[in-house]
Design a binder for this molecule. Sequence first.
Ligand SMILES: [Zn+2]
Length: 285
Amino acid sequence: MKKDQLLTRRRALLAGTAVLGAAGAGTAGLLLSGSGPDTAPVRPAAPAAGPPARAVEAVKPSAYRLAPLAGYGPPPGNGPQRLEVRHEPYLRMSGRGRTMLLTFDDGPDPRYTPHILDTLAEYDVRATFFVCGEQADWNRRLLSRMADEGHVVGNHTWSHPLLTKLTRSRIRSEMERTTQVIVDAYGERPQWFRAPYGAWNRAAFQLGADLGMEPLAWTVDTNDWTRPGTRSIVRTVESGAAPGVVVLSHDAGGNRSQSVQALRDYLPRLLDSGYHLTVPRRTTA
Ligand SMILES: [Zn+2]
């Protein structure tokens, strides 16, 4: 990664970022860092797709006292910054104003991701891509394009398994291999992790924290992977639009031409409605 590219990207990231917060009905937004234990128990505002996060109920509060409390601050060397272990993913952003996050999962895919990047570039909008290692591995140039254009790349495991069926060491391997490809191709360690199918468990939260990644889910699921039609995807985004909302779409995993076309439709409309589309920012970073 050339230094000027890095600076360009950092500027872009700083120019358009938002602080994520835990969310619950009637819960004020919370900053991600400096918040320590205060951030912990907040009810999810919306159910995540996929199997219920049983781990959330299964883990007793006392278990958390045993979890290593990582100090905040710069990590030693190039290693991950260990984070406090959460027991729920972030579902939305905190803060005021008409700010939303667009996220695209399972890619990159050379058939669809470049079109999504083109549309985002046309409107000067930054998004978050939760990539799978096995896709990223053979599409490294797309990750480097994401870096150059100021997008955020998160870790979505290597092969998109259901984590709740895996051993701890398999989960770790899925995460670590993907992080390594992201470091190589994107130029930075991923700061965000998203569990496939929204199926989180305790190991995923712990290992993610060990590897310096905060868990990020979503608020509005476009269900674009069911190919419901471009208009349906557009409607879902527009009816779900609200301050702090995180939108889930897909740029890989099947035919995603509807997702590509839908973005072309709803992105200018969101902007016309006064929404600011941005990327997540960790205040610890
Ligand atoms: Zn996925």
